[in-house]
Structure formats: structure tokens, C-alpha cells
Ligand binder design. Structure first.
Ligand code: ARG
Length: 430
């Protein structure tokens, strides 16, 4: 039975093709559908389209359904098209004609939109808090290892002294910028589309400000067509944020894989966090970070998938939009998974504290020696030549002391300033 049924049931094959796995995906929207409906009917009552007694009994029954959802006992019945239909059917089953009143002034087009906005708003909050947690972990490792030097590379060639403080701290600060992108996606998401109905509004005097307040949206999409256009655009904005974080995380995962390699040997993990080989008994592989790298690379393709899915769609609702759920829902879950896994692994990371004792890293210190000569009066270009000649003749002997003091350098990481930036942005999600 369909909400839109006028007596004739559609062909089974057509139904399967058009619904696909949408019912499973819709289960994640269930509680938001109820919350959206409660706000909608409160508003309907306030403009005289529902009686107070009707509202009370509807709210009570919707809350009962919410309890079923929160217990994990909720199902979308076979043959029911989607979450919106399921909840309306349940209400009608319980209440008869009163249940049929909740859809006045609303279409499934703005209903699914409001569900998605509420759902994605929560997902973005989860992503923000997982990102903030990883940020905190990276910052504390940065502080813990601020005096532990490591090689810095350019062109993957030994370049200048770096430190674990700098390395961990770099990814922390990078996540701050990703959070700014996430915040933009959050602001775009956090706008009320309810009242746009099928996409062209309604002749009922819907109080859209009321539902905006009830659902605690930061703002509303005013223009009803723009509200409908926000389906796809919102997902796309979110995909940019996902991509930003995934790019940082994927990059970090690559570093870890490389630094775990015996040729580097900078970091390691307890055996139980590494993986073995079926033939080589000595193997302790970085599969966790390889899977993380792969997942993060995949996540960066999500915005392309969304762009292609929505490219040149005619204005107004089109069923193609349904498929956005299948792209975005697994993506947010995968990102949160990667963030949490990275945080878990970093609780166990072991850092090699005397990497730079190995003479193969001696050339890291050439610039330090040049600078020392400059400080005692030699012009830079002359000092550069002198050290260069020592290197070429195999006579270079490094002085392995590093004294970097300016803002953001090894000796002055400014982690507190970076933490302030993050705190400021993270507060906007709360
Ligand atoms: N499952 C649909 C979706 O996600 C619900 C909206 C259906 N609207 C319609 N006009 N067929 O888009």
C-alpha cells in the first residue's frame, strides 16, 4: 500500500527498482522523521489546522513511536515504501482519521529534506567531536615529544631537523582548517526547509518561523525553491568537509606507513596492533593505516559522485536525489570510523627517540651550521659556500644542536594558540 495509492498497486519490479535499499537507509532517519512531524503538527495546531486535543493525542503517539525507534525495535514493513509512509501508517493504524491529518501542508519532499537536515546536523556534530578528539590526541603527543628530533624532508630527501612535536602538531593544526570547512557545511545544513512542501510552498498560512524554532535550526531556507535546491547542495557541502578531513587523515596515514618502514624506523606499534603475513613469519604490517589511507582516498571521491549525480537535474524534486543517501550515509560513517581508529592507534604509538644519532642524517644540520656562521658575522652566501664545499669534500661535521625559537618552529610550537583556534570553532557545533 502506498501513501499515494489511488487503488492500483504498482508493479513489483518497479517498486524494487525504485526503492532499492532506501528502506534500510531510511531507518537512520526514523527518529528525525518523528521529531520533524512533531514540530510540523505543533505548527499546524498554532495556525488552526489541528485541534488541541488532536495535537495532544498525535504527539503522544509520535513519542510512543520514538520510544520504539530508540529501543531499536522499529521496522519499515515489507511493501511500505519509506520511513515517511511507515510512520504515517502507524499513526493511522493507531488513531484512524486523526493520523491522516499530519500531512497537511507538507510533502514527502520537504519531509525527507527536514529529516536529512536534522540527521546530517547530528552527523556533523559527531564528525566535529571525533575530529576534536583526534586533534587533542595529536596536540598532547606534540607536547610529549616536543624535544624529540626527527628528519625533515623535501623532495623526500633529507632536508632540515624536524621534531615529533612539529609533526604531530602539524596535523593537529591542519585539522583546525578542516573544522572551518566542516563549520561551513554545518551552517549550510542547519537551515529549515520545512514548509517548502513539494517544492513550491503551500496555500496554508504555514508558520515556518515556528518550525525553525521548534527544530532549533540556526536559520531557514526562505525561498521554497531554494529550500528544495538545498537537497544535493547540502550533501555536496558536507562532502567537501569530509574530503578536507579525509585528506589530512589520509596524508597522516601515509606518513605513518612510511615511518613504520624499516628503512625509516621512526615509529612502531605493539604487535597486536599490527598484522602478519601468511608466508613471512617476521611481518608486522601497518594494515590499519593502509586501510585508513585507502578509505580516506575513497572519501575524497564522494564530492565527485555527488556532483555527477546531481549535475543538470531539472529544478524541483527528482527521484535521483534519493540516491544521495546511499553515497553520503556510508561516507560519514567511514570518516568517523577512521578518525576514531586513528585516535585509538595513537594511544599506542611508540616513538624512536634517537633517530638523529645515525650519521646518515648528518646533512640535516648543514643549515644550522651555516646560520651559526652568519650569526658570528659571515655573510650568508659565503657561509653557504663554505659548508657546501665541506659536504662535497666529505669533510662536513655537524654540530647537532638546534636552536629554533620563532613562532611555530621546533622550539616554539605555540600549541596553546592552536588549541584556542580549535576551541573557538568547535564551540560552534555545540
Ligand atoms: N525516498 C524519497 C527520497 O529520498 C522520498 C521522497 C519521495 N518523494 C517523491 N516525490 N517521490 O527522495
Amino acid at each position: 500500500m502506498k501513501l499515494w495509492s489511488k487503488g492500483l498497486e504498482p508493479d513489483k519490479m518497479i517498486e524494487e527498482f525504485t526503492v532499492g535499499n532506501d528502506r534500510e537507509l531510511d531507518l537512520r532517519l526514523a527518529r528525525y522523521d518523528v521529531i520533524g512531524s512533531i514540530a510540523h503538527i505543533r505548527m499546524l495546531e498554532s495556525i488552526g489546522l489541528l485541534k488541541k486535543e488532536e495535537l495532544d493525542v498525535l504527539v503522544k503517539n509520535l513519542n510512543d513511536i520514538l520510544a520504539i525507534i530508540d529501543k531499536g525495535d522499529f521496522k519499515i514493513a515489507e511493501g511500505v515504501e519509506d520511513i515517511h509512509s511507515q510512520i504515517e501508517f502507524m499513526l493511522t493504524e493507531r488513531l484512524g482519521d486523526i493520523g491522516k491529518k499530519i500531512h497537511s501542508g507538507r510533502s514527502r519532499n520537504d519531509q525527507v529534506l527536514v529529516d536529512l537536515k536534522l540527521f546530517m546536523r547530528d552527523e556533523l556534530r559527531h564528525i566535529a567531536s571525533a575530529t576534536e578528539r583526534l586533534f587533542g590526541r595529536l596536540q598532547s603527543l606534540s607536547e610529549q615529544y616536543k624535544d624529540t628530533l626527527m628528519p625533515g624532508y623535501t623532495h623526500l630527501q633529507i632536508a632540515m631537523p624536524s621534531s615529533f612535536g612539529l609533526w604531530f602538531g602539524a596535523y593537529a593544526e591542519s585539522l583546525v582548517d578542516d573544522m572551518r570547512v566542516l563549520e561551513a557545511a554545518y551552517d549550510i545544513t542547519n537551515q529549515n526547509p520545512l514548509g517548502s512542501a513539494a517544492g513550491y510552498g503551500s496555500s496554508f498560512p504555514l508558520d515556518r518561523k515556528r518550525t525553525t524554532d521548534l527544530l532549533e535550526f540556526g536559520d531557514l531556507h526562505y525561498n521554497v525553491v531554494a529550500a528544495q535546491m538545498s537537497r544535493g547542495k547540502t550533501e555536496r557541502a558536507i562532502s567537501f568537509a569530509i574530503s578536507a578531513i579525509a585528506s589530512t587523515l589520509g596524508h597522516f596515514a601515509m606518513d605513518v606507513c612510511m615511518f613504520m618502514c624499516q628503512n625509516f624506523g621512526f615509529v612502531s606499534f605493539p604487535d597486536e596492533l599490527t598484522t602478519g603475513s601468511s608466508i613471512m613469519p617476521h611481518k608486522k604490517n601497518p594494515d590499519v593505516f593502509e586501510i585508513m589511507r585507502g578509505k580516506c582516498n575513497r572519501l575524497q571521491s564522494v564530492s565527485n559522485e555527488i556532483a555527477l549525480l546531481t549535475a543538470n537535474l531539472p529544478l524541483g524534486y527528482n527521484r535521483d536525489l534519493q540516491l544521495l543517501k546511499d553515497i553520503l550515509f556510508p561516507a560519514t560513517a567511514s570518516l568517523i570510523d577512521c578518525l576514531d581508529m586513528c585516535d585509538f592507534m595513537l594511544q599506542h604509538i611508540r616513538v624512536n627517540r634517537d633517530i638523529l644519532n645515525d650519521p646518515k642524517y648528518d646533512y640535516l644540520f648543514t643549515v644550522e651550521d651555516v646560520n651559526r656562521m652568519v650569526l658570528s658575522g659571515t655573510p650568508f652566501r659565503e657561509a653557504y659556500r663554505t659548508v657546501g664545499i665541506q659536504v662535497n669534500n666529505g669533510e662536513y661535521k655537524p654540530t647537532k644542536t638546534v636552536n629554533h625559537t620563532h613562532i611555530g618552529s621546533i622550539g616554539n610550537l605555540c600549541n596553546d594558540k592552536i588549541a584556542d583556534k580549535m576551541k573557538h570553532i568547535a564551540a560552534k557545533f555545540k
